[in-house]
Design a protein around this ligand. Structure first.
Ligand SMILES: Cc1cc2nc3c(=O)[nH]c(=O)nc-3n(C[C@H](O)[C@H](O)[C@H](O)COP(=O)(O)OP(=O)(O)OC[C@H]3O[C@@H](n4cnc5c(N)ncnc54)[C@H](O)[C@@H]3O)c2cc1C
Ligand code: SF4
Ligand code: SF4
Length: 618
């Protein structure tokens, strides 16, 4: 098979060389990459001090003499409310930043009012359950309606480590917008959406700032009409808050970074019908596990205004290469215990995003000369409590305090100074204590679902003192290969043949051959994935940017049976072309980052890119 493709060639043109020479640059005091909860927490801490005393010596700029501290933040997405997340959070750090926080001021926010944990049995018989699990399910069913109602078994109480009593239900998009509007109003910080940062600027091991992505280029990055080379923003401190799959964070990773576990989280925002069968009050929280596959955890959170966030996480340690999240989510919402509430609802928007699942265990170096990491990309997510937003926010506020301390003392942002101020605060805080307890909580899942649950309970109830050992395999090695001759391999081939003959996506075909019933689309709540790309603010790809997904070596793709990049792609942006090779459509990519960790050959290169999913409700 020929593996010649245009994207294997990257021309360097005269215009590009000229542009390199003419690249503009500016100097600021602090440059931030990405605007999520972590950077929100950082900037909020700075603005809090600025509002209290603008004459504070901390706010004298060194880069622009006579001006206040120059603080700029660049966000890749086209608007600041493009985040994707549940969210239920204890909001410990968020409430510390806003002591008189009134959820009524934030659209879609509510205090947590009730919480349930449900084990979902399989009403269809399609999920891959082990014989142990099948026996457990049978035993539960024999208990009749006392134990099982609507094919769900409710735990008698929510384990302490999981509960979010006194917490908040939020829409991360709305929360980010609410935070950003207060920050911008302060006059201290500027936040620029639609501005991807392509790389850190380095001088030896030190980071001296960031480079913004070129614009006015074709899909391969070659300058075209209206070419504008990305500016170099030199900064005394670069704050890396670009989340789990950010390019700047990854560029700073070293070989010592431990292997990471991942999950792809996808969620729907659904509007419930007025006067539906069962009315759930805002602040209702359901955690689920066991369905559509045992390894897939799910959630449902109720917002004010009859809106519900509902979603699932498909983890790397599921091993199975059929990881079609959108279709799995459609089956999930039709589980009888959820469908009772959701049927007749309307899909308002949806989204997906990768989640760095190893937390503290996957922590990279937190700081270096001229740069520092905060938030999920720094390993802050706690997978025992299922909490990432508050931890990310708090690492941001800890950095804010550290930066103010260093600015006031006129000390430079060296690795040593950042370790003595930021890292010290972080290590002494509840974020670190929680992270340590959670560190090994999910190890058991590498060796099966039942062992995983036991491991989580063990770590949860002993505060991390007891847990299973880790089977330390990189995410790409967790994907089971389809070796020729096995039943799985035959299923894949059947699926691929079906997909090609019917002109349908491999995503759908894979689950169909595995016994999942076709989705009866109703045009309202159950809609095709292609139609979903057009709702909820739509997927957009701002013109003039290069493709941000590249396949490094097409020879690997030619020899790849699994094509997990295709099966996993949240937006159906990666499809199998007629030549059997994957092809990428930027206009459909929602920037979930799933393709980065779903290739057995680590053959996907994920660069900084603009656009993606637009939805203020996610
Ligand atoms: C479906 C789902 C449900 C979840 N539910 C919960 C929950 O219920 N509770 C909870 O606490 N947590 C939850 N989480 C986890 C939570 O969303 C994350 O832990 C949290 O958002 C991390 O915040 P962050 O600021 O570190 O990173 P992010 O929120 O990922 O923000 C990083 C930002 O950086 C931007 N960026 C990336 N690269 C670049 C670049 N090169 N240039 C410029 N900008 C860039 C991104 O666009 C993004 O806006 C959930 C996650 C998902 C996916
Ligand atoms: S999974 Fe990797 S090797 Fe296989 S087709 Fe996709 S990018 Fe190529
Ligand atoms: S191509 Fe885009 S939508 Fe598809 S998996 Fe990669 S980041 Fe997600």
């Amino acid at each position: 098979m020929s593996v010649e493709r245009e994207n294997s060639i990257e021309p360097i043109t005269e215009a590009a060389l000229q542009a390199q020479i003419e690249r503009q640059s500016m100097e600021v005091d602090i440059a931030c990459v990405g605007f999520g909860p972590a950077t929100g927490g950082f900037l909020t801490k700075l603005v809090e001090a600025w509002n209290a005393n603008p004459a504070d010596p901390a706010f004298v700029s060194k880069m622009a003499p006579g001006m206040p501290l120059q603080v700029l933040c660049y966000e890749r997405a086209d608007d600041l409310g493009a985040g994707v997340s549940g969210v239920v959070t204890k909001a410990r750090g968020i409430r510390a930043s806003f002591p008189s926080l009134n959820p009524g001021e934030i659209p879609m926010a509510a205090n947590v009012t009730s919480e349930r944990v449900l084990y979902l049995l399989d009403p269809i018989g399609a999920s891959r359950r082990s014989s142990v699990l099948r026996c457990a399910d049978l035993a539960l069913r024999l208990g009749g309606r006392v134990l099982v109602k609507d094919h769900a078994f409710e735990l008698p109480y929510t384990p302490d480590f999981l509960n979010k009593h006194d917490g908040l239900v939020l829409s991360i998009g709305q929360f980010n917008q609410w935070v950003a509007s207060q920050l911008m109003a302060s006059g201290l910080v500027q936040i620029w959406p639609g501005t991807p940062v392509c790389a850190p600027l380095r001088k030896g091991d030190a980071v001296t700032g960031i480079r913004l992505a070129d614009q006015g280029v074709d899909k391969f990055g070659s300058p075209g009409e209206g070419y504008m080379s990305g500016m170099d923003v030199r900064a005394r401190l670069t704050v890396v808050g670009d989340g789990p799959v950010g390019q700047v964070g990854h560029a700073l990773d070293t070989d010592e970074k431990p292997p990471q576990d991942w999950a792809l989280g996808m969620k729907f925002v659904i509007e419930l019908p007025e006067g539906g069968d069962e009315q759930l009050s805002p602040g209702t929280v359901w955690h689920t596990f066991g369905y559509p596959e045992p390894e897939i955890f799910g959630f449902m959170y109720v917002h004010p205004g009859r809106l519900v966030s509902i979603g699932i996480f498909v983890p790397s340690w599921m091993h199975d290469p059929s990881r079609t999240v959108y279709r799995y989510l459609q089956h999930y919402i039709q589980h009888p215990v959820l469908w009772r509430v959701l049927k007749n609802g309307t899909l308002r928007s949806w989204g997906a995003k990768s989640l760095e699942e190893s937390g503290r265990r996957g922590e990279p170096s937190l700081s270096g000369d001229g740069f520092v990491r905060i938030g999920e990309g720094s390993g802050s997510t706690n997978m025992l409590t299922g909490s990432g937003v508050d931890e990310a926010w708090t690492t941001g506020t800890q950095l804010g305090e550290a930066v103010l301390e260093l600015l006031r003392a006129d000390r430079p942002f060296t690795r040593e100074n950042l370790a003595a101020t930021y890292e010290k605060r972080r290590r002494e805080s509840w974020v670190e204590r929680g992270a340590r307890e959670a560190e090994n909580a999910r190890n058991g899942f590498h060796r099966g679902f039942v062992r995983g649950l036991l491991g989580m309970a063990l770590a949860g109830y002993t505060r991390g003192r007891l847990s299973f050992n880790l089977d330390e395999r990189r995410a790409r090695h967790q994907i089971r290969a389809f070796s020729l001759g096995t039943a799985e391999s035959r299923q894949l081939n059947d699926a691929a043949t079906l997909a090609r003959s019917e002109g349908r996506a491999l995503h759908d075909a894979l689950l169909t051959v595995r016994g999942w019933p076709e989705i009866a689309c109703d045009g309202r709540l159950l809609i095709s994935q292609q139609d979903a790309l057009l709702i909820g603010g739509k997927v957009q790809a701002a013109p003039g940017f290069a493709d941000h997904v590249r396949f490094r070596n097409l020879q690997f793709c030619a020899e790849c049976d699994e094509k997990t990049c295709v099966a996993m792609c949240s937006g159906q942006a990666i499809t199998e072309g007629g030549d059997g090779l994957p092809s990428f459509e930027r206009e459909k990519c929602i920037h979930c980052g799933g393709c980065v960790w779903n290739c057995r050959h680590e053959n996907v290169e994920f660069r900084a890119g603009a656009g993606g999913l637009h939805s203020g409700e996610n």
